[in-house]
Design a binder for this molecule. Structure first.
Ligand code: NCD
Length: 321
C-alpha cells in the first residue's frame, strides 16, 4: 500500500491528517476553527481563477447507498477543484450489494483499489463507523440513517460565519423532524461547542432524542428549550428548518400526519425579528414557502453552495499532511 492517505495514524501538524470523519464529536473546537479558516481560503480560490491541485492523482471513492443531490455533487466538485478525481456509485442498485455483497466487503475492495478517501452515505445508523473498521483509508460519513451528518454541520457553521459574521452566542431555532433528522443530530453538538442557545421546535413525537438533550446539558453545559410552537422562532437570530423525513416512517399515514407540521411564509417572516436568517440543509419540501426565497435573510441556497469550499477544506485536511 502507498500514498499519504493510507497512514491513518501518522503524526502531523495538521491533526486531521489520515483521520476518519464519522461523527461531529470526532472534532474539537480548534479542529473546527482550523477547517473554517481553510474553507475561507478555498472560497477565495473558488472565487478567483486560481487553480489548486494539492490532491492531484488522488481518487475519492463515493459509496452512496441513499439518494443525495447537494452532498454528493459537492464532494464530486470539491475533489475535482483540488485536482483529484472520483469513482463510485450513486445508489445501491448500481452495485454488487444487489447481489448480496456485504458493506464490509464493498468497503475493503474500494480501499484496496487505491481510492484515497471513501465517502459513505447509508440508511443504517453506525454504517460509517463500521465501514471505517474495514478501510485502510479515511472514511467520511455523508449521512448514516438517523445518525450523523458531520460535514453538513460544518457547512452549517460556515454559513453562520458567512451570513451572521460569527458562529457563537447566537439564538437558533431548529424546526421540523428532530427525531429523525441526522443533520440536526450533528448540528446540535457543533452549536453547543460554540455556546449557542438552541430552541427545538417539533411535534412532541418528533422532538430531539432525550439522550442528545441530556448530553448537551451534562457534557456541554448547554441548556436548551423545547416546544411545538413555531411562534418561538419569531425572536431568534437563525431559523434552521428541516423536512419531515418521509423515508424513516414505517407507515405512510404517520408521515401524512406530520408532513405539513410547519411552513414559514411571507406573513411569518414579516413578524420575525429584523435580520433573522433562514437556513435549511435541503431538500426543501413545504416547510419554506418559495415566496420568501428572494428575502435577504433566506440563505438556504447559498448555504448549499458553501458545501463546496467546506468539503474542499475537509478533503485537503484528511489527505495532505
Ligand atoms: C439532508 C440529509 O440527507 O440528511 N440532506 C443533505 O445532505 N443536505 C437532509 C434531508 O434529507 O432532509
Amino acid at each position: 500500500m502507498s500514498g499519504a492517505a493510507r497512514h491513518k495514524e501518522a503524526n502531523s501538524c495538521n491533526s486531521l491528517y489520515g483521520k476518519d470523519l464519522l461523527d461531529i464529536r470526532d472534532l474539537d473546537k480548534d479542529q473546527i476553527k482550523f477547517l473554517m479558516r481553510r474553507a475561507d481560503t478555498m472560497l477565495g480560490a473558488l472565487n478567483s481563477s486560481k487553480r489548486l491541485d494539492p490532491l492531484k492523482n488522488m481518487i475519492l471513492g463515493k459509496l452512496f447507498f441513499e439518494e443525495s443531490t447537494r452532498t454528493r455533487q459537492s464532494f464530486e466538485i470539491a475533489i475535482q477543484k483540488l485536482g483529484g478525481g472520483y469513482t463510485g456509485f450513486n445508489s445501491d442498485k448500481e452495485t454488487s450489494v444487489m447481489k448480496g455483497e456485504s458493506l464490509a466487503d464493498t468497503i475493503k475492495v474500494m480501499s484496496l483499489m487505491y481510492a484515497d478517501v471513501l465517502v459513505l452515505r447509508h440508511p443504517d445508523e453506525g454504517a460509517g463507523r463500521e465501514a471505517a473498521t474495514h478501510s485502510d483509508v479515511p472514511v467520511i460519513n455523508a449521512g448514516d440513517g438517523v445518525g450523523q451528518h458531520p460535514t453538513q454541520a460544518l457547512l452549517d457553521l460556515f454559513t453562520l460565519r458567512m451570513e451572521k459574521g460569527r458562529m457563537k452566542d447566537l439564538n437558533i431555532a431548529i424546526v421540523g423532524d428532530l427525531a429523525n433528522g441526522r443533520t440536526v443530530h450533528s448540528l446540535a453538538y457543533a452549536l453547543a461547542l460554540f455556546n449557542n442557545n438552541m430552541t427545538f421546535i417539533a411535534p412532541p413525537e418528533l422532538q430531539l432524542p432525550r439522550r442528545i438533550i441530556s448530553d448537551l446539558k451534562n457534557n456541554y453545559s448547554i441548556s436548551t428549550q423545547k416546544t411545538s410552537s413555531i411562534e418561538a422562532a419569531l425572536d431568534v437570530d437563525v431559523i434552521y428548518m428541516t423536512r419531515i423525513q418521509r423515508e424513516r416512517f414505517k407507515k405512510p399515514e404517520d408521515y401524512a400526519r406530520f408532513a405539513s407540521s410547519y411552513t414559514i411564509d411571507e406573513d411569518f417572516m414579516s413578524k420575525a425579528r429584523e435580520g433573522t436568517i433562514v437556513m435549511h440543509p435541503g431538500p426543501r419540501l413545504t416547510e419554506i414557502s418559495p415566496k420568501i426565497d428572494s428575502l435577504p435573510g433566506s440563505v438556504y441556497f447559498r448555504q448549499a453552495s458553501y458545501g463546496v469550499p467546506v468539503r474542499m477544506a475537509i478533503l485537503k485536511s484528511l489527505l495532505v499532511k
